[in-house]
Design a protein around this ligand. Structure first.
Ligand SMILES: [Zn+2]
Ligand SMILES: [Zn+2]
Length: 177
């Protein structure tokens, strides 16, 4: 029986002249510290890192179209939230909830396929869907300031704060996947 030495000298698969003791946790390839990428579970070699990224980015091209349509429609509907008769501080709860619903709807309709870029599409189309309402609020805001209506100023404030709350919730739910 041949006992394997504990400190076997191995050379990096990508840099055959560099000695190393690191190994890729997925394929076991010897890797030098330059090639190794630290992950929460261990070191990854360049090859496994590539397939890792591919697996992470597995959305189909039509997923972007689905995300765009869902974000446009739901974003447009959500932009009416500040107009509800009981408009007020509840917006700090309802608007992020709307964002979470939009993110969840997109995630389900794209069968939870992952992408580092999908959230950007959703954010962009929620903004586009909200544009008509934003313009209305902007003109309404001018009218309110001309008339000096204090209650109207608040409703414009809530209207302006609505969109960042929605987008914040979407980014929070979709970005760090
Ligand atoms: Zn590997
Ligand atoms: Zn190397």
């Amino acid at each position: 029986m041949v006992e394997e030495p504990l400190d076997e000298i191995v050379y990096c698969r990508w840099h055959p002249k560099v000695e190393t003791s690191l190994r890729c946790y997925q394929c076991g390839a010897a890797i030098c510290s330059k090639c190794a990428r630290r992950t929460p579970v261990g070191y990854l070699c360049p090859d496994c890192r590539k397939s890792h990224t591919k697996r992470f980015d597995n959305v189909r091209i039509y997923d972007y179209a689905i995300a765009a349509v869902v974000a446009l429609v739901l974003g447009a509907i959500a932009s009416y939230i500040p107009l509800l008769p009981f408009a007020g501080w509840y917006i700090f709860f309802v608007s992020p909830l709307a964002g979470a619903i939009i993110a969840e709807a997109v995630s389900r309709l794209t069968r939870r396929r992952q992408s580092r870029h999908l959230w950007k599409v959703v954010v962009a189309f929620v903004v586009i869907g909200s544009l008509p309402m934003l313009l209305m609020y902007a003109f309404g805001g001018i009218a309110v300031f001309m008339s000096g209506n204090a209650r109207g100023v608040w409703s414009v404030f809530f209207a302006l704060i609505h969109l960042p709350l929605v987008l914040g919730a979407i980014i929070y739910r979709m970005r760090l996947r």
